[in-house]
Structure formats: structure tokens, C-alpha cells
Design a protein around this ligand. Structure first.
Ligand SMILES: CC(C)(COP(=O)(O)OP(=O)(O)OC[C@H]1O[C@@H](n2cnc3c(N)ncnc32)[C@H](O)[C@@H]1OP(=O)(O)O)[C@@H](O)C(=O)NCCC(=O)NCCS
Length: 167
């Protein structure tokens, strides 16, 4: 198993993985549309010994109260069913966050299961005065600071690109 940055020839493998993992085409279409519009800030794949894509994470830009603060949204994240429970999602997320940190990004947000993402260092975003546009997401909207002062004086609405509104 190898974890590396996404390259263009990974696109069909990522597409297939997302369709298998989410049981529909929403996330696959999302990644396709983000890629078309140059909105994948960073993507990491996990590949098996034959080079097939078995895991994927993408990060794309978000704004806070309309401002670009070098924040990103993590989505989607998927690992093929037969490879789950081996720490692959953790490695994908950590590699992604490490690189984003090196590139100077300040924070990452995500919407997902708090029990899972809290294990990866995400905190409840509402506690920091941050929310997203979707209703009933107070406990599921999460933030991970990359810069120590990322959350200082930053509050309000975190907006993903419009492609997310079609999920
Ligand atoms: C969620 C998913 C990416 C996890 O992948 P994975 O490679 O099995 O995860 P890891 O093995 O890296 O697990 C990391 C940690 O989270 C825990 N974990 C894994 N799945 C979990 C779940 N569904 N709920 C709570 N904790 C979970 C693991 O026990 C591990 O914690 P530990 O190291 O403290 O034991 C995978 O199940 C998946 O692709 N699901 C379908 C798509 C999906 O729902 N994506 C998430 C969208 S928010």
C-alpha cells in the first residue's frame, strides 16, 4: 500500500472508489466537478500493490464569512471496504493535513461523524463559533487547526464551493 498525492491518471480509479464507497454518484460527481474547476487544493490516494486506488481524500477551498483565510474543507474521504480498519483513512488525512500545513494553510473543516473525526484531531466547530449552511449540523461540523492562531478572532459561516450544494 502506498499513499501519495493524486495525479491526473488516478481520476477513473478515484471515481470508481467513490461510487463503490458511497453507493451513489454524488461524491464521484462532486470530485469530478471540483477537479474540472481547479478546486481540488490537494488530493491524496492510497493504492494497492497493483496501483489500484483503494483510498482517497480531497481538500478544497472554503471561505469564512466570505473571506479567504487559507482554510480548506476535507471531503470526500473513502477507503475500500476490504481495506477498512487498518488505519488507511487516518494516514490519508494526516498526510493531507501535514502537506497543507507545510504549504501554509491555516485550518481544515469537515462535516462527518464526530466519533470518527475526533480521533483524527478534529474539534467541534460550533464551540469555536463556526457553522456551515446545512441545518442540524451543529455536532457534525468540525474543525482542525493547522496554524496555532487559526481560530483567533475567526467566527461565522464557513462556505464550501457551490458544487457542494448539489450533493
Ligand atoms: C470512514 C472510513 C473512511 C474509515 O476508513 P478506515 O481506513 O477504516 O479508517 P481508519 O482505519 O483509518 O480508522 C481511523 C480511526 O477511526 C476509527 N473508525 C473507523 N471507522 C469508524 C467509524 N465508522 N466510526 C467511528 N470510528 C471509526 C478507527 O477505529 C480508528 O481509530 P483508532 O485508531 O483510535 O482505533 C471508511 O469506513 C469509509 O470509506 N466509509 C464509507 C465512506 C464514508 O462514510 N466516508 C466518510 C465520510 S464523512
Amino acid at each position: 500500500m502506498l499513499i501519495r498525492v493524486e495525479i491526473p491518471i488516478d481520476a477513473p480509479g478515484i471515481d470508481a472508489l467513490l461510487r463503490r464507497s458511497f453507493g451513489g454518484e454524488g461524491e464521484a460527481r462532486l470530485v469530478h466537478d471540483l477537479r474540472e474547476d481547479g478546486l481540488i487544493t490537494l488530493g491524496f490516494v492510497a493504492t494497492d500493490d497493483e496501483g489500484q486506488v483503494i483510498g482517497y481524500v480531497a481538500f478544497s477551498p472554503v471561505t469564512v464569512e466570505g473571506e479567504e483565510l487559507q482554510w480548506v474543507g476535507l471531503a470526500p474521504l473513502a477507503v475500500d471496504e476490504q481495506y477498512r480498519g487498518q488505519g488507511i483513512a487516518r494516514q490519508l488525512v494526516y498526510e493531507g493535513l501535514d502537506s497543507l500545513n507545510e504549504f501554509g494553510y491555516a485550518a481544515a473543516v469537515t462535516l462527518g461523524d464526530p466519533a470518527f473525526y475526533s480521533r483524527l484531531g478534529f474539534e467541534n466547530a460550533a464551540q469555536h463559533g463556526l457553522h456551515c449552511r446545512w441545518p442540524d449540523t451543529e455536532s457534525a461540523f468540525l474543525v482542525h487547526r493547522l496554524a496555532d492562531d487559526a481560530l483567533h478572532g475567526v467566527r461565522g459561516l464557513v462556505e464550501y464551493s457551490e458544487h457542494f450544494n448539489r450533493l
